[in-house]
Unconditional design. Structure first.
Length: 179
C-alpha cells in the first residue's frame, strides 16, 4: 500500500518537478500566489505528500464553498500576504485603501502620526471588517521615512493581525511595504 501511495504521488507530480533538482536548482517566479496560506516549504518528500493532501483539502474546501483567495498584485505594496489571503479581491481593495488613508501625509508632507487609523467594512461579505493603524515610527536607514502599520482583519469573529514596515522615498507622499 505504501508503494502504491508513492507511485501515485510520483505520477501526480510533473516529470520536471520530479527531476528538476537533478538538472536545475534555480527558483522560478510566481510562487507567492500559489503559497497563500501554505506556510514554509519543507523537504521534497513532505512536499509531495503535503501536495497530495493539500490538493484533497483544497478540493474539499471548494466543494464546501469555503472561500480561498489569492493576493491581488495591484495591492502587494499595501497588504501583507497573510491578510490578503483571507480577503476577496474587493475586500483587498478596501483594506489597501484603508492603509493608504491611515498613512496619508498632510499638505506639508509631514508623516502620519502614530495612532492614525482607518477602518473598513466589507461590501461583499457579512462579518468581515478591518483596520490599518500606524503603530510606530521607525528609525530610517538612509533618507527613507519608515513607519510600522498594524492591520487587523476580523472575519466571522476571528481576528488576524499583521505588522508591516512601510517606507517612502524623499519627496514621495506614498508609503509602500518593504521587504
Amino acid at each position: 500500500m505504501l508503494c502504491g501511495a508513492a507511485a501515485l504521488a510520483a505520477s501526480a507530480v510533473p516529470a520536471e518537478a520530479q527531476l528538476g533538482g537533478l538538472f536545475n536548482s534555480g527558483k522560478r517566479g510566481a510562487e507567492k500566489a500559489e503559497s497563500c496560506g501554505k506556510g514554509k516549504k519543507g523537504d521534497k518528500g513532505r512536499g509531495i505528500v503535503g501536495g497530495l493532501l493539500g490538493g484533497a483539502v483544497d478540493e474539499l474546501a471548494r466543494s464546501a464553498r469555503l472561500p480561498s483567495f489569492v493576493p491581488v498584485p495591484e495591492f502587494s505594496d499595501q497588504l501583507t500576504e497573510s491578510i490578503a489571503c483571507k480577503l476577496d479581491p474587493e475586500e483587498q481593495k478596501q483594506a489597501a485603501e484603508a492603509t493608504l488613508a491611515a498613512t496619508r501625509t498632510d499638505e506639508t508632507g509631514s508623516p502620519p502620526p502614530v495612532g492614525a487609523s482607518a477602518a473598513w467594512t466589507s461590501m461583499t461579505r457579512e462579518d468581515v471588517s478591518g483596520t490599518s493603524t500606524v503603530t510606530r515610527r521607525d528609525a530610517a536607514s538612509g533618507s527613507a521615512d519608515c513607519i510600522t502599520v498594524t492591520d487587523v482583519v476580523i472575519i466571522e469573529g476571528e481576528e488576524t493581525r499583521a505588522e508591516k514596515r512601510m517606507c517612502r522615498a524623499p519627496g514621495s507622499a506614498r508609503y509602500s511595504i518593504i521587504a
